[in-house]
Write a protein that binds this ligand. Structure first.
Ligand SMILES: OC[C@H]1O[C@H](O[C@H]2O[C@H](CO)[C@@H](O)[C@H](O)[C@H]2O)[C@H](O)[C@@H](O)[C@@H]1O
Length: 664
């Protein structure tokens, strides 16, 4: 194990602004992760000059100093010894780091954190409302009449479906109250009660408010001569969000101050009473007005510049998905439905899903490798059903042009929808089933949009992909590697690159020792530059390749030893072969945050391994569900002086067969 110079560690501490600038520090298998009080104090130049530092960058409020596998834990230990600081967990650093985000970033994240947990309930309700739309919409099956007008025996079936479906929307403040109270650190049960208070049936429903206001029949409470409107907040987002924040604050305030013996009697009743009064007197009326103002503003912008709005939202929605910001718009959709009875944003979301699916599907005809083809098909089906991450991260972004064609198709369809003011009556299942949530009288135009997002991304991707493929094939024929030709059988693959399968390992031997490292997993080999993490893509720690795994298994690429397996998270392994050559296998990106969930290790640090042995299993779906890329960098960390040259190969990875690199 390499020895580190304490002075270098001291210089790192100095370069990140000194001990006092470090709020918390932790490390993963490759880097130190800091929550710094002031990132402005970082001396990037000094870090660059430091012998231990391979790279540095800031992401989501965390400052990361790339050290490399094998020594990062030593550097961390030394740093803790020097600073006398506490060892922090990754969560501590994350929490502190999130405090470094600017208010807008924090607000976006808070909204997403509140709405993601309630998404399944809303989507289920939207799907059922869609079925109800089909049963009750006139003109779908019969001229001017609905299905239940003609087949009256179905009327009550539709009525029950409607009741089940509309419940989640009618009582939406209850769902938001639960999720928001949890997020703000309060008691979720009190959040539910708060939501129930805001939609209590004895209040005038928000849906009837506008008519009652016109008729002058809005009921009021008289509080010592002061009138408070007795209205509910059905379908509203802001009143319950703000009230839940106040509730959690009061609750936490009381929790700290009230004696344990009377907590039950005091905390919840006082917190709810104060919040309830504030909600009806102040928060409700103000936020109700703000919510309506925002939706009126957004609607009038879309009415005035509908084509531009459609182009921007439709075109860039898939980019929002990449950043995870898309869930924030759920709140806007819900507010639009609550205030206007329909949302013009959600139909574009549904078509954007289809566009990315169509582009991924076209890749099935471009890619040659069977597993990559399989991924293209399955991920496109998922996108057609409303979940696009597998298509976006697994196929489209990786090849870039399918993603762009998806955005182009979706932008054009967005214009068509926006100009025709196509509305969704609810949040439904995105993608193709999305039509169920569109008002049936607008299905025609929605289906035109659907045709656009099927045809443009599909044809565009197919034609451009074929053109690119033929160009690359020509290039390969001109520039084949003579060493490879002399010793191995070259196979042209989907990406037009060369995957090399050696005829025999002996055939590769020369005077130098050649270490052939076999692929540790099945999948598609891609260049490190495609890994969405600069520590890997910029080769800050070493050379190597990345594999898009087709299954969740890591095998031993050679005979040797497990030098290190991340104990808790199990997401990364350092292996060394019998010559002492070390490699790092890092399953997915930021998967350390899963804390081992979805990972099963079959070896431990120090285990002896034989080529082809199953080392680790991971649940690809679990990683993708968490919104994390499953792409797996495999590195030969820098600093191994015995290594002369590293050759990297591209193409299909077949565990223990396809050679992905050799060291001379
Ligand atoms: O916002 C409502 C929609 O939410 C989901 O879709 C969105 O989030 C997915 C997961 O991040 C993402 O894959 C998809 O592209 C987004 O549109 C849900 O799957 C949809 O059914 C729902 O309408």
């Amino acid at each position: 194990m390499a020895k580190i110079d304490r002075k270098d560690v001291e210089r790192i501490i100095e370069a990140v602004g000194g001990k006092d600038n470090i709020d918390a520090a932790t490390h993963c298998v490759t880097r130190l992760r800091f929550a710094l009080a002031d990132e402005g104090k970082v001396d990037a130049e000094a870090l660059d000059k430091n012998n231990l530092v391979k790279g540095q960058f800031s992401s989501q409020g965390q400052f990361q100093v790339v050290i490399g596998p094998g020594i990062v834990d030593q550097v961390y230990d030394e740093m803790i010894a020097i600073t006398g600081g506490d060892r922090a967990s990754k969560d501590d650093v994350k929490t502190l780091a999130s405090k470094k985000q600017n208010p807008l970033q924090r607000a976006i994240k808070t909204l997403a954190d509140i709405f993601i947990p309630i998404l399944p309930a809303i989507v289920m309700a939207g799907l059922l409302l869609g079925i109800n739309n089909i049963l009750t919409g006139p003109g779908i099956f019969y001229e001017g009449k609905s299905l239940i007008d003609v087949h009256k025996q179905w009327a009550d079936v539709a009525s029950i479906i409607n009741l089940i479906a509309s419940t989640a929307f009618t009582f939406l403040p209850v769902l938001i109250g639960w999720s928001a109270a949890k997020k703000f650190g309060g008691n979720p049960l009190l959040g539910i009660v708060l939501g129930l208070i805001l939609v209590n049936p004895s209040l005038l429903s928000a849906y009837q408010y506008a008519d009652a206001k016109l008729a002058g029949t809005v009921p009021v409470w008289n509080l010592f001569g002061f009138s408070v409107e007795k209205i509910g907040y059905q379908g509203q987002v802001l009143p319950v969000l703000v009230s839940a924040y106040i509730l959690a604050k009061i609750e936490k305030f009381l929790e700290k101050r009230v004696h344990d013996s009377i907590k039950l009697l005091v905390v919840a009743p006082v917190a709810l009473l104060v919040t309830g009064f504030l909600a009806f007197i102040l928060v409700g009326p103000i936020t109700f007005a703000i919510g309506n103002l925002l939706t009126t503003g957004l609607t009038s912008i879309f009415n005035s510049y509908s084509w531009l709005g459609g182009l921007i939202y439709g075109g860039f929605y898939a980019l929002l998905v990449i950043t995870g910001m898309h869930h924030t718009f759920l709140a806007v959709d819900i507010q639009l439905i609550g205030s206007n009875g329909g949302t013009f944003l959600w139909p574009m979301l549904a078509l954007s899903n289809i566009a990315q699916g169509a582009a991924a599907l076209a890749m099935m005809f471009i890619l040659k490798e069977q597993k990559a083809k399989g991924l293209a098909v399955t991920s496109s089906i998922s996108a057609f059903l409303g979940v696009t991450e597998p298509a976006i991260f697994g196929v489209n972004v990786r090849h870039k042009f399918p993603f762009i064609f998806g955005m182009v198709g979706s932008g054009i369809a967005g214009i068509v929808l926006a100009v025709n003011n196509v509305l969704a009556s609810s949040i439904g299942v995105g993608g193709i089933p999305g039509f169920l949530s569109i008002f049936p009288n607008q299905w025609g135009i929605f289906f035109i949009g659907m045709a656009i997002v099927l045809v443009i991304p599909f044809i565009g991707t197919l034609l451009y992909g074929r053109y690119q493929l033929s160009r690359q094939t020509n290039k390969i024929e001109d520039t084949q590697d003579p060493i490879v030709n002399a010793t191995a059988e070259s196979v042209k693959t989907a990406s037009g690159l060369s995957a090399v399968i050696p005829q025999s390992e002996e055939a590769m031997n020369s005077e130098n020792t050649i270490v052939n490292i076999m692929a540790p997993m099945n999948g598609q080999i891609v260049p490190l530059s495609e890994v969405p993490d600069p520590a890997f893509s910029e080769k800050q720690m070493g050379q190597g390749i990345a594999i898009l795994p087709s299954e969740g298994k890591v095998y031993a690429p050679f005979d040797g030893t497990v030098e290190h397996l991340m104990k808790k998270s199990k997401h990364a392994l350092i292996l060394s072969d019998t010559n002492g050559i070390q490699i790092l296998i890092h399953v997915g990106i930021n998967t350390v945050s899963l804390k081992g969930e979805g990972f099963t290790a079959h070896v431990e640090s120090g285990s002896t391994i034989t080529k082809g042995q199953l080392l680790l299993e991971f649940d690809k779906e679990r990683i993708e569900e968490a919104g994390l890329p499953v792409i797996t960098p495999i590195l030969i960390p820098d600093g191994q002086e015995r290594i002369g040259e590293i050759k990297e190969y591209d193409g299909e990875a077949v565990q223990a067969q396809a050679r992905y690199s050799r060291l001379i």
